[in-house]
Design a protein around this ligand. Structure first.
Ligand code: AMP
Ligand code: ZN
Length: 455
C-alpha cells in the first residue's frame, strides 16, 4: 500500500515518468519521418542478415541468387521474396528459427483451427520488444500506470493473452488476467476492482454489454474508460454501438501472431486509423493479384516485415488483411504511418451469385438499427442451384414494442438496405435477444452450407 502511495506521489512529481518513457520506447514513438526511414533501412539490413540464418530463408535466398548484402535500404524491400502462411506451415515446426533453441524462451501459434498452426518463437529480447510495443500502444490509447486493466482475452497459445498482459505490466498498470469467458465473474471483477481499461474482442465486449442489459444492468455503471478491441474485423458502426453502450473510448488494436501478436498497429487518441509501429515493422500494401504496390491510399493486402525480431524474422509476410495506408498526417504528431480499419481478410470474402461481399458490409447496415442487438450470423445455402443468404439478427432488449406491424416494417427496411448494400436479396431472420451463439473470442460470423459445385 505504501509502495502504491509512493508511486502515486512520484508519478505526480513526474519522476517515474522518465522511466515510463523508457519502458514504452518513446524515443522511437516520436521519431521524425527521416529518422524513421533511416532506422528502417538499418534494421532491415540486420533483419535480412538474421533471417538468412534460418533453414527456410537460407534455402530461399540461395534459390533466388539473393545475397543479403544486396539489401541496403528500405527501398530495396521489393527485391525480397514474399512469405505466405503456406511457407510458414511448410517450415513447421522450426524451419524459420534462426537461433540456438536454448535462446528461445516462448512460443505462440496462430489461431487457425484447421491444419497445422504456424508456430512463432521469441528470445528474451523479442519478448521485451513486444512488451514495449504493447505498452506504447496502450499508452497511446490513453492508458496510464494508475489504471486498472482487465484482460478479457484467452491466454495460452493465442497471443492476445500474454501479449497484452506483458505490455500492460510494463506500462505499470494493475493487471487482472481474467482470460476469456465466465461473463458474470468478469462483470463482478470489473466492478469490485474499479477496472478502467479492458481488452477484449469486439464481439465479446458486445456480448458482455448485452448480458448486462438483459439482466436490467447498465454497462455504463462499470465506468470503464478505455477498451482495446481487436483480433477480429469490426466496423465503425460496431465501435459506435459499443461506445454508446459502455460510455468508453473503443480503440482499434491490430496484430497477428506472425508479427508477434497484438501491438503491431494501434489507435491514438484521435481514433482515426491505427499507427503501425514503423520502428519494428515495415508495412507495404500490395495488389493481391499483381503483387505490385497499390497507389497511395488505395486498398490492398497488407504485407509486413519484422524489423526487430531475432528468433524468427519474417520477410514480407502476406497478412491477407485488406486495408489502406492513410496518407495525411495524424494530428497527434506521430509520424508512424496509419492503417485504415481492416475491410476483412481476403479469405473471408464471400462470392454470392458472382458478387463479392465482405461480412463487414452487412455489419455496417445491421449496426445502424437500434432495435437490433450487436450479434449476427450470416447463413449461406443453395436453393434451386442458387446461392441464398440469410442474416440472423437478434432483437435488442427494447427492440420490440409489442406491435408486429412495426416489427415487419423494420425488418423490411433492413432487407431493403441490405439489398442496396450488396446488390442481391438478403433474407433476414429476427431472433429473440440472446438466442445466437455468444462469442468469447473471435466470432464465427459465417456458416456456409452451400452445395459445392461438383460435390
Ligand atoms: P492470429 O492468427 O490469432 O494472430 O490472428 C490475426 C488476425 O486477426 C489478423 O491477421 C487479422 O485478420 C485479424 N485481426 C486482428 N486484429 C484485427 C483488427 N483490429 N481488425 C481486423 N482484423 C483483425
Ligand atoms: Zn495519431
Amino acid at each position: 500500500m505504501l509502495d502504491y502511495a509512493l508511486r502515486r506521489v512520484l508519478n505526480i512529481q513526474g519522476i517515474i515518468m522518465i522511466d515510463l518513457q523508457e519502458r514504452i520506447g518513446a524515443r522511437y514513438e516520436w521519431m521524425s519521418a527521416d529518422e524513421l526511414a533511416d532506422l528502417q533501412s538499418q534494421l532491415l539490413r540486420r533483419s535480412v542478415a538474421q533471417a538468412a540464418k534460418s533453414p527456410y530463408y537460407s534455402a530461399k535466398f540461395k534459390k533466388l541468387g539473393l545475397d543479403p548484402a544486396d539489401i541496403q535500404s528500405r527501398d530495396d524491400i521489393t527485391k525480397l521474396p514474399l512469405t505466405t502462411k503456406e511457407d510458414l506451415r511448410l517450415s513447421y515446426p522450426t524451419g524459420m528459427l534462426t537461433v540456438d533453441p536454448e535462446l528461445v524462451i516462448r512460443m505462440h501459434t496462430s489461431s487457425g483451427t484447421t491444419g497445422k498452426p504456424t508456430a512463432i518463437f521469441y528470445t528474451q529480447e523479442d519478448v521485451n520488444n513486444w512488451a514495449e510495443l504493447m505498452a506504447r500502444s496502450l499508452h497511446a490509447a490513453g492508458a496510464r500506470p494508475t489504471d486498472v486493466f482487465q484482460n478479457m482475452s484467452g491466454y495460452g497459445l493465442f497471443t492476445g493473452g500474454l501479449g497484452l498482459h506483458y505490455g500492460a505490466e510494463r506500462l505499470g498498470m494493475w493487471v487482472i488476467p481474467a482470460g476469456a469467458g465466465n461473463t458474470a465473474r468478469q462483470i463482478m471483477v470489473i466492478r469490485d476492482f474499479h477496472v478502467t481499461v479492458v481488452h477484449a474482442t469486439p464481439s465479446y465486449a458486445m456480448h458482455v454489454a448485452e448480458r448486462m442489459v438483459q439482466e436490467g444492468d447498465d454497462p455504463r455503471s462499470l465506468n470503464i474508460k478505455i477498451a482495446a478491441l481487436g483480433a477480429e474485423p469490426y466496423t465503425e458502426e460496431m465501435r459506435h454501438k459499443l461506445q454508446d453502450l459502455y460510455g468508453f473510448k473503443a480503440m482499434n488494436s491490430y496484430g497477428l501472431s506472425e508479427m508477434n501478436g497484438p501491438g503491431v498497429a494501434f489507435e491514438c487518441e484521435y481514433q482515426d486509423g491505427m499507427h503501425v509501429w514503423e520502428d519494428s515493422y515495415l508495412a507495404e500494401v500490395i495488389n493481391p493479384e499483381t503483387l505490385k504496390p497499390v497507389g497511395a491510399g488505395e486498398i490492398g493486402e497488407l504485407v509486413l516485415t519484422t524489423l526487430r525480431r531475432t528468433a524468427m524474422p519474417i520477410i514480407r509476410y502476406r497478412t491477407r488483411d485488406l486495408t489502406r495506408l492513410i496518407v495525411d498526417e495524424c494530428p497527434c504528431g506521430r509520424k508512424h504511418a496509419r492503417l485504415a480499419r481492416m475491410v476483412g481478410r481476403s479469405d473471408d470474402m464471400l462470392i454470392i451469385r458472382g458478387v463479392n461481399v465482405f461480412p463487414s458490409q452487412l455489419e455496417e447496415v445491421i449496426m445502424r438499427h437500434e432495435w437490433l442487438g450487436g450479434n449476427y450470423v450470416i447463413h449461406l445455402n443453395t436453393k434451386e442451384s442458387l446461392d441464398q443468404m440469410t442474416v440472423k439478427v437478434e432483437l435488442a432488449k427494447t427492440g420490440f414494442d409489442g406491435s408486429i406491424e412495426t416489427l415487419r416494417a423494420r425488418r423490411s427496411d433492413l432487407m431493403k438496405q441490405l439489398r442496396e448494400q450488396v446488390g442481391f436479396t438478403v433474407n433476414v431472420d429476427v431472433m429473440e435477444p440472446g438466442s445466437l451463439p455468444a462469442s468469447e473470442g473471435k466470432a464465427k460470423r459465417v456458416i456456409d452450407e452451400r452445395e459445392k459445385v461438383g460435390a
